[in-house]
Design a protein around this ligand. Structure first.
Ligand code: HEM
Ligand code: HEM
Length: 423
């Protein structure tokens, strides 16, 4: 072993097994991946470890769940810290998974042999959300009980299958002991197995594609994975660990009073990562909000990597110089249009008072108030800027991501009593 190599420890030994012996010098730059995939896997390991510790004292029944958590916090050595780390790591994981999605999307790393990994990634995103959603109920306090009630009520709005699906998830018509047991089993048994399977597949495909994508216009050489990549991974891992421990030490995971099915808080909100979705339902007819838009988005995200792209563009951040400009315009467009529409629907237009079917007044009309400007914007990009297919996909996806972020922002910070806007 050369002197420049990092000596084997459990961590480096584990990391070495994940990699080939040599890696591309471009692939290991921080600005290629920002370490986000690695941060995700580390957060998952931290969550599995702290989750396992929580399981030792957690009791999945409405009578005992809340008290078991209070007792774990107060009477177990490092109980509070362990729960805090579990809570905050889960929250970070939603954010870092989304950022990782943005990184692979905007660096054109989802085409050809990576297409399948985009799909496995989308499944992993759903798994991360399912982990968070099922975990959310477990403390059985007012926050968790009512957030899950709201979310399952939203699911009821899905046409045709909504009620059946919501009852299946809850194990009945309301959130009760069956729901808690369902969620507990999903959270601590089924989802850990499912996520392990998909993470293994995800990693195997990365290996099969010979590592992450690099733009092929740069000069490249192969370097030894140890220490070139391992040292960076150790730094990112230690930094992530330091952040979650620091936050865990100083910020307590929320815990309100024990759940009371008789007293609903006002406003009642879904978990924060679903508030963009709840916002959609506040502004649009349920058929549009829970069926048409989600189906259209699913098709769009499945369709994206099927498009053919020139080989020299694979791995290139933002695709082209024009691509960069288009993304900036799309962010601006989505921020302005989404915010304006929310304001108009809240203060000026009361479409539900029109004497026409609600599906048209509160569904089709506001939907087109968004689609017409968006269509015009895309048309201008195509005609005036001569945007090609990939640039148009970049624009559309950017509009979708930005609109969701704006709606989440409004849902988290600007909705007060009875879900009215507050400033
Ligand atoms: C893999 C094994 C895991 C086990 C055994 C586990 C176990 C548990 C247990 C027993 C609780 C209840 C304690 C509490 O609420 O404080 C809990 C809560 C929670 N878990 Fe997990 N968990 C695991 C992984 C995950 C993952 C991967 C995520 C997210 C990506 C996650 C997100 C959450 C959330 C958001 C809570 C609620 C935390 C709170 O506010 O108290 N868990 N988990
Ligand atoms: C639990 C969640 C996830 C974990 C642990 C994970 C892990 C990783 C890791 C370690 C890499 C290689 C290094 C890097 O790119 O940072 C990677 C690459 C990749 N991931 Fe993920 N990922 C997750 C979620 C996702 C999601 C949500 C997507 C997209 C929908 C996705 C799509 C991809 C793609 C396409 C690559 C290949 C990128 C390339 O070749 O440059 N992953 N992932």
């Amino acid at each position: 072993m050369g002197n420049d190599k990092i000596k084997h420890s459990v961590l480096t030994g584990f990391l070495l097994h994940l990699h080939p012996k040599k890696v591309n010098s471009e692939a290991i730059k921080y600005t290629r991946t920002f370490g986000l995939g690695g941060i995700n896997i580390l957060l998952f390991v931290i969550l599995a470890f702290t989750g396992l510790l929580l399981r030792f004292s957690y009791m999945p029944t409405p009578e005992r769940a809340y008290d078991s958590i209070v007792s774990f916090q107060n009477n177990t050595l490092f109980g509070s810290l362990i729960r805090n780390i579990h809570h905050w790591s889960a929250m970070f994981m939603v954010i870092t998974t989304f950022l990782h999605l943005l990184r692979v999307f905007y660096s054109q790393s989802i085409y050809y042999e990576r297409k399948k990994n985009w799909y496995y990634g989308l499944i992993l995103l759903l798994v991360v959300l399912a982990f968070n959603f099922t975990g959310y109920l477990l403390p059985w306090d007012q926050l968790s009980y009512w957030a899950v009630t709201i979310m399952t009520n939203i699911i009821e709005y899905v046409p045709f299958v909504g009620e059946w699906l919501a009852n299946l998830i809850r194990g009945g018509e309301i959130v009760n002991e069956n729901t808690l047991l369902n969620f507990y089993n999903f959270h601590t048994a089924l989802l850990p197995i499912l996520s392990t399977v998909f993470v293994v597949l995800h990693f195997w495909l990365i290996r099969k594609a010979k590592g992450v994508t690099v733009a092929n216009n740069n000069e490249q050489k192969m370097v030894n994975v140890n220490p070139a990549l391992i040292s960076k991974e150790v730094i990112v891992a230690l930094f992530t660990l330091a952040v979650v421990i620091f936050i865990g030490l100083f910020f307590n995971a929320p815990l309100l009073e024990k759940a009371n099915p008789m007293v609903s808080p006002n406003p009642s909100k879904a978990p924060w990562y679903f508030l963009g979705f709840q916002e959609l339902l506040i502004n649009l007819h349920p058929i549009i909000a829970t069926l048409i838009i989600p189906s259209a988005l699913t098709f769009f995200f499945i369709f994206i990597p099927k498009v053919s792209i020139k080989n020299e563009k694979v791995g290139r951040w933002f695709y082209s110089e024009k691509g960069k400009r288009i993304i900036v315009y799309s962010v601006l467009f989505a921020v302005v249009t989404t915010s304006l529409l929310i304001l108009i629907l809240e203060y000026w237009l009361h479409l539900n008072k029109l004497d026409i079917p609600l599906f048209i007044s509160t569904g089709i009309i506001p939907l087109f108030m968004y689609l017409i400007p968006a269509g015009t914007f895309i048309f201008i990009l195509k005609k005036k800027l001569k945007a090609d297919k990939i640039e148009l996909i970049l624009a559309l996806a950017t509009i979708i991501f930005t609109s969701y972020i704006v709606m989440s922002f409004v849902g988290i910070w600007l909705r007060g009593e009875a879900m009215h806007l507050i400033f």
